[in-house]
Design a protein around this ligand. Structure first.
Ligand code: CA
Length: 220
């Protein structure tokens, strides 16, 4: 799961980046609105954390542009503006949620999980396909009687697959969801992670579709 963080405050941006990475998200961080609009055109990210007071182009302007372009990516606005009017404006401009600074990082993570699962069409907190279940709040995965805690990247990979059971994700698509711009990706990293997950949950937890990629089966 790859997040775009748009924040011009270095201290807040660094703290949020670290917390997101610790929670197994890949994070790309930009510091102004114009760069954010450009980056979001690439469709690499699954959610946006958007500050409102930004140099170049205001966060509300970024949000308006995004929705005018038909982009439905989940957006959580994070801002020091706590006036009711600002909050209403943010939501009316197409934000999915709103957090006022200073905020508790755990609340941010919980809100992020909520907007991401709703984007995937799921209201329930657990992801699953009838065989494997995954709890994004604690990275606990279960397959039959076997319950394990996945590593951050194993979680990120299984999460990407379980958001769309039945869909095949190619190596490049998985890498894109697991790694940010400035992270080195080793050529066999995905195989290594798949191997680790299968070892923990059983070989049939993830299906290899030869030449195409990997999937988790859709429940019958
Ligand atoms: Ca700011």
């Amino acid at each position: 799961m790859r997040i775009l963080l748009v924040e011009d405050d270095n201290m807040i941006g660094a703290a949020v980046s670290v917390a997101l990475k610790d929670a197994a998200y890949a994070v790309d961080w930009v510091k102004d609105g114009i760069t954010a609009v450009g980056v979001l055109k690439n469709g690499e990210h699954q959610a946006v954390l958007l500050d409102l007071g930004l140099p170049g182009r205001d966060g509300l302007e970024v949000l308006r542009r995004l929705r005018l372009d038909g982009n439905t990516i989940p957006v959580i606005v994070i801002t020091a503006r706590d006036g009711v009017k600002d909050r209403i404006e943010g939501l009316d401009f197409g934000a999915d949620d709103y957090l006022v600074k200073p905020f508790d990082i755990n609340e941010l993570l919980a809100r992020l999980r909520a907007v991401i699962r709703r984007q995937g069409g799921q209201a329930a907190p657990l992801l699953g396909n009838g065989r494997v279940t995954l709890d994004p709040a604690n990275h606990r995965a279960q397959c039959g009687d076997t319950a394990v805690i996945l590593s951050a990247r194993e979680f990120a990979l299984l999460h990407a697959l379980l958001l769309r059971p039945g869909a095949i994700l190619a190596r490049a698509e998985l890498e894109e969801r697991i790694y940010g711009w400035n992270e080195e990706v080793e050529s066999n990293a995905v195989d290594f992670l798949i191997h680790g997950i299968r070892k923990k949950l059983g070989a049939d937890a993830i299906k290899n579709v030869r030449g195409a990629g990997w999937m988790v089966e859709k429940s019958a």
